[in-house]
Design a protein around this ligand. Sequence first.
Ligand SMILES: Nc1nc2c(ncn2[C@@H]2O[C@H](COP(=O)(O)OP(=O)(O)OP(=O)(O)O)[C@@H](O)[C@H]2O)c(=O)[nH]1
Ligand SMILES: [Mg+2]
Length: 389
Amino acid sequence: MSKTAYVRTKPHLNIGTMGHVDHGKTTLTAAITKVLAERGSTGFVPFDRIDRAPEEAARGITINIAHVEYETDTRHYAHVDMPGHADYVKNMVTGAAQLDGAILVVSALDGIMPQTAEHVLLARQVGVDHIVVALNKADAGDEELTDLVELEIRELLSAHGYGGDSAPVVRVSGLRALEGDPRWTASIDALLDAVDTYVPLPERYVDAPFLLPVENVLTITGRGTVVTGAVERGTVRVGDRVEVLGAGTESVVTGLETFGKPMEEAQAGDNVALLLRGVPRDAVRRGHVVAAPGSVVPSRSFTARVYVLSAREGGRTTPVSTGYRPQFYLRTADVVGDVDLGETALARPGDTVTMTVRLGRDVPLEPGLGFAIREGGRTVGAGTVTAVG
Ligand SMILES: Nc1nc2c(ncn2[C@@H]2O[C@H](COP(=O)(O)OP(=O)(O)OP(=O)(O)O)[C@@H](O)[C@H]2O)c(=O)[nH]1
Ligand SMILES: [Mg+2]
């Protein structure tokens, strides 16, 4: 009945794979767990267990299973495998907001494709400061062509402020590593070493009041409602009183787990499941925020700097003007908002503008918060809150 408690022996980081559809993100994720499983401290997660839909696996008090857990010699990682399709950019944006670093997967056979560039742009906008490149399918690529692809990637990174000259670009083959070919399992080791050394330990705001954006909500019969997500800041302990913003209710945390293991205290950066006393399943949903009572005040209006994606980046072909009403993706929330461009009047694709936004409902906002703007299923803008109210 009792489960082994989570023991914090190594620093924990959140990373993830990004990149164009079919460039090999899921294969690489499986290969990483396979190589580390052979080192001993990680369980192998096969391809088809990574690609399954979260709903199918939502059992018990457990973490959002889009995440895979693994350990290197020095660190504990939660890894999210980001889907490549443009339709899933929403998930990338909301998930990437929590990433300490990212592995950009680029196929050596195809080079930079539209979603490669879009993900780098979005990573920048949501505050991912370090990108390690997995130049994948190197087993099948021609060497000279692969050199060109590498140059292209370094340029793309530099264009978005990622220091393309110094970023690690590691030639790997997820597929061959998964098959156990020693040359290519060594390439995965090299990639992991690059992640361990290039992505710094993030500063964790453990002393700030607790805040967790809700990613998923589950029910455990007989025990109550569970919310999952990554702790954005602060710490939370079993027995703590919390406020559920959006649900308009307070509650007490009666259980706390990470990757199915109970824990006494969760801190900024941890991926956790919180069991909440007396909160009906229907009262809370993705997009709500669980926080220390009284520590955040939700608001409806804000001012922001926004980059309007160009048509080439998958954005609009026509300008936006005051009265525009897209969806705003703030943390895990998805809210409609009215745009006021003030004297600018018009924002063309490719422009960076200041706008005032009035949201359809109150959400916790603060200066520096990154967000995405979407319309008809695609990302059309990315921005940062500069002032609230
Ligand atoms: N030759 C070769 N093929 C690979 C490699 N990695 C992946 N592939 C193949 O590329 C295809 C796509 O791989 P996935 O891992 O599903 O790619 P993905 O990026 O997760 O795709 P989406 O989730 O659909 O965006 C599959 O047919 C893989 O077998 C590799 O290192 N070498
Ligand atoms: Mg995939």
